[in-house]
Design a protein around this ligand. Sequence first.
Ligand code: ADP
Ligand code: MG
Length: 298
Amino acid sequence: MSAPSDASEAAGRIRELCRHFHLPTVASEVEPRFAAAGQAAALPTLAEVLEMEAEDRRARRVTRLRYASKLPPGKTEATFDPTRLPPKLQHQLGELASGAFLERSANVLAFGLPGTGKTHAMAALGHRLIEAGHAVYFTPAYRLVQELLAAKRDLALPRALRKLDQFEILILDDLGYVQQDPAEADVLFTLLAERYERRSLVITSNLVFSQWDQIFRNPLATAAAIDRIVHHSVILEFDVPSYRTEAAQRRSENARAVAGERSLPRPEEPVDSTNLKSKRKNEPKTHPKDGEVRNRKK
Ligand code: ADP
Ligand code: MG
């Protein structure tokens, strides 16, 4: 932000920033003291320095949040291709990126078959919200359940839950893979109840609600869990082909095309990515778009 040139405008901004830094005395004393000393002209410079402090603090906070989040580092918007998702889903993801759902403590549920991009899309959302200063925690669901179980055995479950409460957004990845015994289902249920209507949960799952009795076993507990989660929620349906399968198909199609371009017939070579990469080195870039997607995927 550019520094305000006018002294009284600068004084207003200095008060605001000092309050933000928890410096109430400085906030109220700076303007009158500078004026009494005939130094009012220096206020815009002071405002400028405080703006620099604010920006540095913001950047340090984002770095800290990113580290604490355990988000997979490469799964960001920059490496995600939203155009392979249906327009409705693209629109929903755009809305979520604004972070407005956090004010309602709404939940986000991403459903779809394996490989459809649920984890990547939700991790990218997490990264985006961290940039905006929100605290996010990403964890595979099975791991969190194991940690909570261990905490419960040590009579430290309330403390473990309080720790999670520091995060505005908890991303539970792959809920369907949790093999639930009653104790596991129980801590998971406690976690859901604990966050209900206070903090947002983001869940990815290969199981649609009708299969959630596999998670909670008991139909009553399942109904109660679904009821809580769905009450304020955005449901995302990843109704697209698997990205992995498509990428593998593209690789083998390219390999066939490359083989077809050769003038002399050669024995079949196995198609794998290492093989393709070495071929690609000497190859003119005839499929730049395809190469782009593959590079982004790394
Ligand atoms: P899911 O969680 O639905 O099983 P993932 O998010 O793990 O799927 O996606 C599988 C792989 O495909 C990951 O390596 C991911 O980065 C990649 N992928 C999926 N969808 C996209 C996309 N739209 N753009 C770029 N990469 C994608
Ligand atoms: Mg996944």
